[in-house]
Design a protein around this ligand. Sequence first.
Ligand code: FE
Length: 196
Amino acid sequence: MRDTSFPSDPLQQFIDAVGIALDSHSVESKFLPEIGEAMRRLIADDHWLADTYAQPHETYYQQYLLHLDPANRFSVVSFVWGPGQATPIHDHLVWGVIGVLRGAEISDPYSAGSAGHAPVQGSPQRLNVGDVGYVSPSIGDVHRVRNAFDDQVSISIHVYGGDIGAISRHVYDHDNAARKPFVSGYANKAEGTPRM
Ligand code: FE
């Protein structure tokens, strides 16, 4: 049974709210806004994220697993951006909700193109502290994300509709219009580690 001695734990409240949204609605257009509101509440306060999951790496952005739903319906991760760090162009293949906890990030959206290749860039979207963004194959799934700052760390909290670190998805090459298989893993869980 869940420990209820800390009923104000924001992360646990968020996890509960995501579970309720998924139990209540099977249609993405119904549950995504509810999860977005839960994300807004989660990132309204910046005291709950353990320092362990807020550590930048000098070279690579970090993705720490905070929670994996026992039924693999969703995962919650902290994304920690060192100054100037950026992802490659990538897709998710599941829905995702992003909320900025510290700093700011910029998402450059791409269209996957008719053959799933040849991404075409749209206009950048900046998310500041407290802002929430969405991705999914139905509303736009391909983007490149970067820290908006080159002199400070930014942190965002993400929830995805699956075990995002284990999903086989794609990175895209802007120049030659190719895409390659990609499994992100988690910074706090070595890729290929047997899962319990
Ligand atoms: Fe992404």
